[in-house]
Design a binder for this molecule. Structure first.
Ligand SMILES: [Mn+2]
Length: 448
């Protein structure tokens, strides 16, 4: 048995409002499908977020149809679940449309019973649990799964009561799992617990392969008798999802490798990563004065491919002109983020610094216009006049929204009521702020 497992394809995502990025997301999907077909896999799994939106444009749907024709022509079935980005609270999503065209098979809870060559249904509460079935050479694999579900739903409905594997079976989910997110990026603060919907212990046991989606970073581990895999997104998601990071240490740039992008081919239950060549994202972090920054970035330029997307995170104790940095780096796309902190306090000796040392010419002009003389008030003046305009450039990453469908009317739990001891479990608090470094991986917005 040989299959491909991909997730978080995000067709239609015009990253940084660049239409050509949507084309690149489509190209990655095309390449992944071509590779899977060339590998002559038995079937293909798409673990959610095939689309970037639950209402993909006609153009995006057309792309999906064109690409999914490839496995269909080769006689390779595709099994899919909906992710948080592309699920719908309505009855019919874009996936149903693709299913109607015979391009994929939708696994999960459905209102109607579905029985065909690749799907079978089991009655569950008032619904049907629709499972994928693949048979070859007397061997059968069942593909169980569920579209993305909220933490609240998963508190009422326990996965181990829904999913009972028999024989060799795969479980396909699009969720964040607390312990794995922590393994990938450190402990999640209590106030930010919203970033997962499941804990390891909530995951039903007995599956040979856990085909997950939602975390955009490639990750493999074992669970119970099986292998658990997040293939990650096919394209780079943002600058937290970098190929390479250069950090200025005061004397030189130290490079740190980021993650690979691609998907998995699984043969005899062993996953093998298929890397895709995607647009490089390079993250540069630097705390330096203007002269050093200019000089060192000119030296670094030779190591940065022209087609790269670069985020330059510049910090210094006072602002300086960064308008020429695009010319210095000469890259396809530059996101310049400056964090210039002013030290407006007079020194211990009572010496007051000169405004010209701390403000840009535009800011000095604003100060002049107000006639403000008190040094301590100047910062406020500048803010009032010019706002945080540096921070609000349109190309700033993070405009990306999670599709949060309106809360559906309370559905009845699928099975019996919660066990009493579980019912006592404290409700997970809603976070106030969003943990940016985690967001980088699940598609909620800007990261660190
Ligand atoms: Mn996603």
């Amino acid at each position: 048995m040989k299959f491909a497992h991909m997730a978080d394809i995000h067709l239609g995502f015009e990253q940084y409002r660049l239409p050509y990025r949507a084309e690149e997301f489509a190209q990655a999907f095309r390449e992944a499908m071509e590779r899977a077909v060339a590998e002559e896999v038995d079937f293909i799994l798409i673990a959610g977020d095939l689309f970037h939106s639950s209402r993909p444009s006609p153009e995006t749907i057309k792309t999906a149809i064109e690409v999914l024709e490839k496995p269909r022509e080769a006689g390779i079935p595709v099994f899919a679940i909906e992710g948080n980005h592309d699920r719908t609270q309505r009855k019919v999503s874009a996936y149903h449309l693709l299913e109607g065209l015979g391009l994929l098979h939708l696994v999960g809870l459905r209102d109607e019973k579905v029985e065909n060559e690749y799907l079978t249904s089991e009655r569950l509460g008032g619904k049907y649990l629709v499972k994928g079935v693949f048979e070859r050479g007397g061997k059968t694999v069942e593909i169980h799964g569920l579209k993305y579900m909220s933490a609240a739903w998963l508190e009422r409905n326990h996965l181990e009561e829904i999913f009972k594997p028999e024989g060799d079976a795969i479980l396909m989910l699009h969720q964040g799992i607390k312990e794995l997110i922590e393994k990938m990026m450190g402990i999640i603060p209590e106030s930010q617990r919203d970033y997962f919907e499941l804990r390891m212990e909530d995951l039903p046991k007995g599956y040979v392969y856990y085909a997950l989606g939602h975390i955009h970073r490639e990750f493999v581990t074992s669970y119970d008798i099986g292998t658990l895999v997040y293939p990650g997104s096919l394209q780079r998601w943002d600058f937290g999802d970098y190929e390479l990071r250069y950090r200025w240490n005061g004397r030189s740039f130290t490079p740190e490798a980021g993650t690979r992008k691609g998907f998995y081919i699984v043969e005899e239950w062993k996953p093998r990563f298929i890397e895709l060549k995607v647009r490089p994202f390079i993250d540069i972090k630097m705390k330096a004065d203007e002269e050093t920054a200019k000089r060192e970035l000119k030296r670094l330029r030779g190591k940065i491919p022209r087609e790269a997307f670069v985020r330059l995170d510049l910090r210094w104790e006072k602002p300086y002109d960064v308008s020429h940095f695009q010319e210095i780096l000469e890259v396809k796309y530059l996101y310049l983020r400056t964090r210039f902190e002013r030290r407006l306090k007079a020194t211990a000796g009572g010496e007051v610094p000169k405004p010209a040392e701390y403000f840009t010419p535009a800011e000095l002009r604003a100060i002049e216009l107000t006639g403000e003389k008190k040094f301590e008030a100047l910062d406020t003046v500048v803010e009032l006049f010019l706002g945080e305009w540096e921070e609000k450039k349109p190309e700033e990453p993070g405009e990306e929204k999670r599709e949060e469908p309106a809360p559906a009317k309370e559905e009845k739990p699928l099975k019996k009521e919660r066990k009493p001891e579980k019912a006592q479990k404290a409700k997970r608090p809603r976070p106030k702020g969003k943990p940016t470094s985690i967001l980088a991986w699940i598609g909620g917005g800007d990261e660190d």
